[in-house]
Design a protein around this ligand. Structure first.
Ligand code: BJW
Length: 245
Protein backbone atom coordinates (compact mmCIF):
# COMPACT_ATOMS: atom_id res chain seq x y z
CA UNK A 1 0.00 0.00 0.00
CA UNK A 2 1.11 3.53 -0.80
CA UNK A 3 2.44 5.52 2.20
CA UNK A 4 -0.21 7.82 3.60
CA UNK A 5 0.77 11.50 3.26
CA UNK A 6 1.46 13.04 6.68
CA UNK A 7 -0.38 16.23 5.64
CA UNK A 8 -3.52 14.21 4.93
CA UNK A 9 -3.48 12.62 8.39
CA UNK A 10 -2.76 15.99 10.00
CA UNK A 11 -5.64 17.68 8.15
CA UNK A 12 -8.08 14.87 8.88
CA UNK A 13 -7.06 14.99 12.54
CA UNK A 14 -7.39 18.74 12.97
CA UNK A 15 -10.67 19.21 11.05
CA UNK A 16 -13.95 19.48 12.96
CA UNK A 17 -16.34 19.20 10.00
CA UNK A 18 -15.92 16.34 7.57
CA UNK A 19 -17.87 15.11 4.54
CA UNK A 20 -17.32 11.72 2.97
CA UNK A 21 -18.52 11.09 -0.60
CA UNK A 22 -18.66 7.46 -1.66
CA UNK A 23 -19.34 5.71 -4.94
CA UNK A 24 -19.46 2.16 -6.21
CA UNK A 25 -15.72 1.63 -5.66
CA UNK A 26 -16.16 1.52 -1.88
CA UNK A 27 -18.16 -1.70 -2.27
CA UNK A 28 -15.95 -3.53 -4.78
CA UNK A 29 -14.27 -5.44 -1.96
CA UNK A 30 -17.74 -6.49 -0.81
CA UNK A 31 -18.23 -8.14 -4.21
CA UNK A 32 -20.51 -5.50 -5.74
CA UNK A 33 -19.44 -4.34 -9.22
CA UNK A 34 -18.94 -0.71 -10.19
CA UNK A 35 -20.64 0.85 -13.22
CA UNK A 36 -17.81 2.12 -15.37
CA UNK A 37 -14.78 -0.06 -14.67
CA UNK A 38 -13.58 -1.67 -17.89
CA UNK A 39 -14.68 -5.31 -18.20
CA UNK A 40 -16.15 -5.67 -14.69
CA UNK A 41 -18.42 -2.59 -14.65
CA UNK A 42 -22.19 -2.98 -15.00
CA UNK A 43 -22.21 -0.67 -18.04
CA UNK A 44 -20.04 -3.17 -19.91
CA UNK A 45 -23.02 -5.52 -20.29
CA UNK A 46 -25.95 -3.13 -19.94
CA UNK A 47 -26.65 0.22 -21.54
CA UNK A 48 -27.71 2.85 -18.98
CA UNK A 49 -30.57 3.97 -21.21
CA UNK A 50 -31.95 0.39 -21.27
CA UNK A 51 -32.05 -0.18 -17.52
CA UNK A 52 -31.60 3.10 -15.64
CA UNK A 53 -34.11 5.58 -17.08
CA UNK A 54 -37.82 6.12 -16.39
CA UNK A 55 -38.44 5.68 -20.13
CA UNK A 56 -36.87 2.20 -20.06
CA UNK A 57 -39.09 1.20 -17.13
CA UNK A 58 -42.16 2.52 -18.92
CA UNK A 59 -41.40 0.52 -22.06
CA UNK A 60 -39.81 -2.60 -20.57
CA UNK A 61 -40.83 -2.83 -16.90
CA UNK A 62 -39.94 -6.51 -16.65
CA UNK A 63 -36.46 -6.04 -18.08
CA UNK A 64 -35.66 -3.16 -15.72
CA UNK A 65 -37.19 -4.91 -12.69
CA UNK A 66 -35.19 -8.03 -13.65
CA UNK A 67 -31.96 -6.02 -13.70
CA UNK A 68 -32.63 -4.72 -10.20
CA UNK A 69 -33.61 -8.23 -9.10
CA UNK A 70 -30.18 -9.38 -10.34
CA UNK A 71 -28.52 -6.55 -8.38
CA UNK A 72 -30.59 -7.22 -5.23
CA UNK A 73 -29.37 -10.80 -5.36
CA UNK A 74 -25.72 -9.65 -5.45
CA UNK A 75 -26.24 -7.09 -2.68
CA UNK A 76 -28.18 -9.54 -0.49
CA UNK A 77 -25.14 -11.80 -0.55
CA UNK A 78 -22.72 -8.96 0.25
CA UNK A 79 -21.52 -7.66 3.62
CA UNK A 80 -19.87 -4.36 4.53
CA UNK A 81 -16.10 -4.41 4.07
CA UNK A 82 -13.25 -2.86 6.04
CA UNK A 83 -13.81 0.56 4.42
CA UNK A 84 -17.49 0.69 5.44
CA UNK A 85 -16.63 -0.28 9.03
CA UNK A 86 -13.76 2.20 9.22
CA UNK A 87 -16.03 5.06 8.08
CA UNK A 88 -18.54 4.09 10.77
CA UNK A 89 -15.75 4.31 13.38
CA UNK A 90 -14.81 7.78 12.12
CA UNK A 91 -18.23 9.38 12.56
CA UNK A 92 -17.98 10.32 16.26
CA UNK A 93 -14.52 11.86 15.88
CA UNK A 94 -15.99 14.98 14.23
CA UNK A 95 -18.29 17.71 15.49
CA UNK A 96 -20.07 17.50 12.14
CA UNK A 97 -19.86 14.42 9.99
CA UNK A 98 -21.90 13.53 6.97
CA UNK A 99 -21.51 10.48 4.77
CA UNK A 100 -22.95 11.17 1.32
CA UNK A 101 -23.28 8.07 -0.81
CA UNK A 102 -24.35 7.43 -4.37
CA UNK A 103 -24.72 3.75 -3.54
CA UNK A 104 -28.12 2.14 -3.17
CA UNK A 105 -27.05 -0.97 -1.24
CA UNK A 106 -27.55 0.21 2.34
CA UNK A 107 -24.10 -1.15 3.31
CA UNK A 108 -22.96 2.04 5.08
CA UNK A 109 -25.87 1.84 7.51
CA UNK A 110 -25.34 -1.91 7.86
CA UNK A 111 -21.76 -1.13 8.96
CA UNK A 112 -23.03 1.27 11.63
CA UNK A 113 -22.82 4.70 9.96
CA UNK A 114 -25.69 6.89 11.15
CA UNK A 115 -25.58 10.22 9.36
CA UNK A 116 -25.88 8.83 5.84
CA UNK A 117 -27.40 10.67 2.88
CA UNK A 118 -28.36 8.28 0.09
CA UNK A 119 -28.44 10.56 -2.96
CA UNK A 120 -29.47 7.85 -5.43
CA UNK A 121 -32.03 6.09 -3.24
CA UNK A 122 -32.08 2.58 -1.84
CA UNK A 123 -32.64 -0.68 -3.69
CA UNK A 124 -34.53 -2.20 -0.75
CA UNK A 125 -37.35 0.36 -0.99
CA UNK A 126 -40.07 0.40 -3.63
CA UNK A 127 -42.31 3.19 -4.75
CA UNK A 128 -45.35 3.55 -6.95
CA UNK A 129 -44.38 4.44 -10.52
CA UNK A 130 -47.57 6.50 -10.90
CA UNK A 131 -48.11 8.17 -7.51
CA UNK A 132 -44.46 8.41 -6.47
CA UNK A 133 -45.19 7.37 -2.87
CA UNK A 134 -43.01 4.85 -1.01
CA UNK A 135 -44.88 1.58 -0.70
CA UNK A 136 -44.06 -0.81 2.12
CA UNK A 137 -43.69 -3.91 -0.02
CA UNK A 138 -41.94 -7.06 1.19
CA UNK A 139 -39.39 -7.78 -1.54
CA UNK A 140 -38.49 -11.38 -2.08
CA UNK A 141 -35.43 -12.49 -3.98
CA UNK A 142 -36.43 -14.29 -7.16
CA UNK A 143 -39.41 -12.07 -7.94
CA UNK A 144 -38.79 -11.46 -11.63
CA UNK A 145 -41.91 -9.43 -12.48
CA UNK A 146 -42.53 -5.97 -11.07
CA UNK A 147 -45.24 -6.08 -8.41
CA UNK A 148 -48.23 -3.74 -8.51
CA UNK A 149 -49.25 -0.90 -6.24
CA UNK A 150 -52.79 -0.91 -4.79
CA UNK A 151 -53.58 1.71 -7.47
CA UNK A 152 -52.74 -0.82 -10.21
CA UNK A 153 -49.53 0.79 -11.45
CA UNK A 154 -46.19 -0.99 -11.24
CA UNK A 155 -43.96 -0.61 -8.22
CA UNK A 156 -40.41 0.41 -9.06
CA UNK A 157 -37.16 0.46 -7.09
CA UNK A 158 -36.79 3.70 -5.11
CA UNK A 159 -33.59 4.66 -6.91
CA UNK A 160 -32.70 7.69 -9.01
CA UNK A 161 -32.48 7.07 -12.73
CA UNK A 162 -30.92 9.34 -15.37
CA UNK A 163 -33.03 12.41 -15.99
CA UNK A 164 -34.74 12.18 -12.59
CA UNK A 165 -34.25 14.65 -9.76
CA UNK A 166 -32.35 13.55 -6.68
CA UNK A 167 -34.25 13.49 -3.35
CA UNK A 168 -34.50 17.18 -2.49
CA UNK A 169 -33.96 17.01 1.27
CA UNK A 170 -30.91 14.72 1.00
CA UNK A 171 -29.36 16.81 -1.76
CA UNK A 172 -29.90 20.04 0.11
CA UNK A 173 -28.35 18.57 3.30
CA UNK A 174 -25.40 17.29 1.23
CA UNK A 175 -24.83 20.77 -0.24
CA UNK A 176 -25.08 22.41 3.21
CA UNK A 177 -22.66 19.97 4.81
CA UNK A 178 -20.22 20.33 1.89
CA UNK A 179 -20.30 24.12 1.99
CA UNK A 180 -19.43 23.98 5.72
CA UNK A 181 -16.88 21.16 5.74
CA UNK A 182 -13.14 21.58 6.23
CA UNK A 183 -12.27 18.32 4.59
CA UNK A 184 -14.01 16.19 1.96
CA UNK A 185 -12.89 12.64 1.38
CA UNK A 186 -14.01 11.20 -1.95
CA UNK A 187 -13.84 7.40 -2.05
CA UNK A 188 -14.41 5.12 -5.04
CA UNK A 189 -16.33 7.38 -7.36
CA UNK A 190 -15.50 8.30 -10.95
CA UNK A 191 -17.06 11.73 -10.35
CA UNK A 192 -18.90 11.82 -13.66
CA UNK A 193 -22.53 11.72 -12.55
CA UNK A 194 -24.13 15.03 -11.68
CA UNK A 195 -25.13 16.58 -9.36
CA UNK A 196 -23.19 14.31 -6.93
CA UNK A 197 -19.97 15.04 -8.81
CA UNK A 198 -20.33 18.75 -8.04
CA UNK A 199 -19.83 18.17 -4.29
CA UNK A 200 -16.01 17.89 -4.38
CA UNK A 201 -15.95 20.98 -6.62
CA UNK A 202 -18.11 22.87 -4.13
CA UNK A 203 -15.89 21.73 -1.25
CA UNK A 204 -12.82 23.03 -3.08
CA UNK A 205 -14.55 26.36 -3.74
CA UNK A 206 -15.37 26.54 -0.03
CA UNK A 207 -11.64 26.08 0.65
CA UNK A 208 -12.00 22.65 2.17
CA UNK A 209 -9.26 20.14 1.60
CA UNK A 210 -10.30 17.55 -1.00
CA UNK A 211 -8.75 14.10 -0.61
CA UNK A 212 -9.44 11.28 -3.03
CA UNK A 213 -9.04 7.53 -2.53
CA UNK A 214 -9.20 5.63 -5.81
CA UNK A 215 -6.97 3.17 -7.67
CA UNK A 216 -7.55 5.08 -10.92
CA UNK A 217 -7.36 8.67 -12.13
CA UNK A 218 -10.79 10.33 -12.13
CA UNK A 219 -12.23 13.72 -12.97
CA UNK A 220 -11.79 14.59 -9.29
CA UNK A 221 -8.04 13.82 -9.38
CA UNK A 222 -7.42 16.95 -11.45
CA UNK A 223 -8.34 19.32 -8.62
CA UNK A 224 -8.08 17.19 -5.46
CA UNK A 225 -5.44 18.38 -3.00
CA UNK A 226 -4.33 14.79 -2.47
CA UNK A 227 -5.05 11.55 -4.26
CA UNK A 228 -4.20 8.30 -2.58
CA UNK A 229 -4.05 5.51 -5.14
CA UNK A 230 -5.30 2.19 -3.87
CA UNK A 231 -8.27 0.14 -2.80
CA UNK A 232 -10.79 1.58 -0.38
CA UNK A 233 -10.71 -1.55 1.78
CA UNK A 234 -6.98 -1.04 2.41
CA UNK A 235 -6.52 2.73 2.40
CA UNK A 236 -9.60 3.83 4.37
CA UNK A 237 -9.01 1.64 7.47
CA UNK A 238 -5.36 2.77 7.53
CA UNK A 239 -6.42 6.43 7.29
CA UNK A 240 -9.02 6.05 10.02
CA UNK A 241 -6.59 4.20 12.31
CA UNK A 242 -4.09 7.03 11.86
CA UNK A 243 -6.71 9.70 12.62
CA UNK A 244 -8.06 7.92 15.70
CA UNK A 245 -4.66 6.99 17.13
C1 BJW B 1 -12.36 1.68 -6.48
C2 BJW B 1 -12.11 0.36 -6.25
C3 BJW B 1 -11.71 0.04 -4.97
C4 BJW B 1 -12.72 0.49 -8.27
N1 BJW B 1 -11.58 1.00 -4.06
N2 BJW B 1 -12.22 2.61 -5.56
C5 BJW B 1 -24.49 18.21 -15.99
C6 BJW B 1 -23.61 17.91 -17.00
C7 BJW B 1 -23.77 16.73 -17.74
C8 BJW B 1 -24.82 15.86 -17.50
C9 BJW B 1 -25.69 16.17 -16.48
C10 BJW B 1 -25.53 17.32 -15.75
N3 BJW B 1 -26.52 17.35 -14.82
C11 BJW B 1 -27.29 16.25 -14.95
C12 BJW B 1 -26.81 15.52 -15.98
C13 BJW B 1 -27.41 14.26 -16.44
C14 BJW B 1 -27.03 13.07 -15.62
C15 BJW B 1 -25.51 12.90 -15.63
O1 BJW B 1 -24.81 13.22 -14.72
N4 BJW B 1 -25.00 12.33 -16.72
C16 BJW B 1 -23.56 12.10 -16.86
C17 BJW B 1 -23.26 10.59 -16.80
C18 BJW B 1 -23.13 12.71 -18.17
N5 BJW B 1 -27.53 13.17 -14.26
C19 BJW B 1 -28.76 12.85 -13.97
O2 BJW B 1 -29.56 12.50 -14.84
C20 BJW B 1 -29.20 12.94 -12.52
N6 BJW B 1 -30.40 13.68 -12.43
C21 BJW B 1 -30.43 14.99 -12.58
O3 BJW B 1 -29.44 15.67 -12.70
O4 BJW B 1 -31.70 15.51 -12.56
C22 BJW B 1 -31.91 16.89 -12.82
C23 BJW B 1 -33.39 17.11 -12.74
C24 BJW B 1 -33.87 18.16 -11.94
C25 BJW B 1 -35.25 18.41 -11.87
C26 BJW B 1 -36.13 17.60 -12.60
C27 BJW B 1 -35.66 16.56 -13.38
C28 BJW B 1 -34.28 16.32 -13.45
C29 BJW B 1 -29.53 11.55 -11.98
C30 BJW B 1 -28.34 10.65 -11.92
C31 BJW B 1 -28.76 9.24 -11.48
C32 BJW B 1 -27.62 8.26 -11.53
N7 BJW B 1 -28.13 6.96 -11.39
C33 BJW B 1 -27.21 5.83 -11.35
C34 BJW B 1 -28.01 4.49 -11.45
C35 BJW B 1 -29.20 4.42 -10.49
C36 BJW B 1 -28.89 3.82 -9.17
C37 BJW B 1 -28.44 2.37 -9.31
O5 BJW B 1 -29.06 1.59 -10.05
O6 BJW B 1 -27.44 1.99 -8.65
O7 BJW B 1 -26.41 5.88 -10.17
S1 BJW B 1 -26.00 5.85 -12.67
C38 BJW B 1 -24.67 5.19 -11.72
O8 BJW B 1 -23.60 6.17 -11.66
C39 BJW B 1 -25.23 5.04 -10.28
C40 BJW B 1 -24.07 5.56 -9.47
O9 BJW B 1 -24.52 5.94 -8.18
C41 BJW B 1 -23.55 6.68 -10.32
C42 BJW B 1 -22.14 7.10 -9.98
O10 BJW B 1 -21.23 6.08 -10.28
P1 BJW B 1 -19.97 5.81 -9.34
O11 BJW B 1 -20.44 5.42 -7.99
O12 BJW B 1 -19.03 6.93 -9.42
O13 BJW B 1 -19.38 4.47 -10.02
P2 BJW B 1 -18.36 4.37 -11.26
O14 BJW B 1 -18.45 2.99 -11.77
O15 BJW B 1 -18.54 5.45 -12.22
O16 BJW B 1 -16.93 4.59 -10.57
C43 BJW B 1 -16.40 3.65 -9.64
C44 BJW B 1 -15.03 4.15 -9.19
O17 BJW B 1 -14.55 3.23 -8.22
C45 BJW B 1 -13.99 4.21 -10.31
O18 BJW B 1 -13.37 5.50 -10.30
C46 BJW B 1 -12.99 3.13 -9.95
O19 BJW B 1 -11.65 3.45 -10.29
C47 BJW B 1 -13.15 3.06 -8.46
N8 BJW B 1 -12.78 1.79 -7.85
N9 BJW B 1 -12.35 -0.33 -7.46
C48 BJW B 1 -11.85 2.29 -4.44
N10 BJW B 1 -11.41 -1.25 -4.66
Amino acid sequence: MERLPVEVIRSLKSARRCVILTGAGVSVESGIPTFRDAETGLWTDFKPEDVATPEAFERYPERVWGWYEHRRRIIAGAAPNAAHYALARLEDYYEEFCLVTQNISGLHRAAGSRNVLELHGNIWRTRCSREGKIVDYRLTIGEVKPPRCACGAYLRPDVVWFGEPLPQEELSQAYDATARCQVLLSIGTSGVVQPSASLPVLARQAEALVIEVNPETTSISAFADYTIRGKAGEIVPALVDAVLS
